[in-house]
Design a protein around this ligand. Sequence first.
Ligand SMILES: *Cc1c(COP(=O)(O)O)cnc(C)c1O
Length: 371
Amino acid sequence: MSAKPLYVTEPFLPPLEEVIPMLEQIWNSKFLTNGGPMHQQLERALCEHLGVPYISLFSNGTLALVTALQALRITGEVITTPYSFVATAHSLLWNGIKPVFVDVDPVHLNLDPKKIEAAITPQTTAIMPVHCYGNPCDVDEIQRIADRYNLKVIYDAAHAFGIQCHCGSVLNHGDMSILSFHATKVFNTFEGGAIVCQDAKTKQRIDHLKNFGFVDEVTVVAPGINGKMSELNAAIGLLQLKHVDEIHRLRGAVDARYREALRDVPGIECLTPGNATRHNHSYFPILVKPEYGRTRDGLYHYLKEFGINARRYFYPLISSFPMYRALPSSNPSNLPVAHRAAEQVLCLPIFPNLTESDQQRVIDAIRSGRG
Ligand SMILES: *Cc1c(COP(=O)(O)O)cnc(C)c1O
């Protein structure tokens, strides 16, 4: 007998009866892409929902990252974290920029501000931190360093949809923030992404860059790319938005049950929630410490025997992949905290429709797996 497989996430889908009228609107308008009515509506709705001044939608988060760097004309070296999804650093290589990896802090696994200054050189032009698992970076300290050295700050905020901190949306920190609306993220448009920026002129430049650099029918101002979101994806986004508060509530309940149930398991440590005033519960990372008696990889394979597919986000570190590992900053002695986290972290299933009994299977397996 084998139980139904459980995955780390399961996408939220709006009810089909809500989708069909949206499809009819698209079919009737025959506007399929290029900033149509769905696209315009979703940009407005997201600005309001997230509490940000300007947003430009993209076909995915990676193209949004690549375009953000272009829009700010970033060159030379950029300081970033090795503890992230590989697209963070890939966006630098796609722009001919040299990534400089700096270690993370041991509590939230975000870029450690105390270690940034030592990595700054005359070639450094920007800092690209990640709000890992949706826990806000130390945005004030990062901005102080950026101001002192005249650096731009581009946040990879792929995990930070809806996160609020001490002064409103965390997405309003730095020069730009990038969102991903991939199927596996808390808010999804199947594939999608966005750049959040702070003024109309920057938004206009981004809009040109995601449309081949076209300003009007006959004027091209930059070697832009095709990064536009289609009307179909924008329509899905509008429907998701109607359910986002409910999704948030359901995820919060899953998070609370794990924290309570795993509190007394020796060697299992739930990552401390960050100082957000509103979390999105996008991931549920645990650290598997030596006292558990089984390694993280041991637990990962043990859970698979029960059909539970937990994920090792983020292992391997970006700095360990072949196109990065020869960089001086990729030396493991430069990144001890990130390396330890990559060996201990395991992200457990969390999604709005995770039933209590399926979640109990995960909890029971973790309890029975102690070595
Ligand atoms: C998902 C993700 C991306 C990439 O977003 P896509 O929409 O899949 O291109 C970038 N950075 C981080 C941290 C992510 O988790």
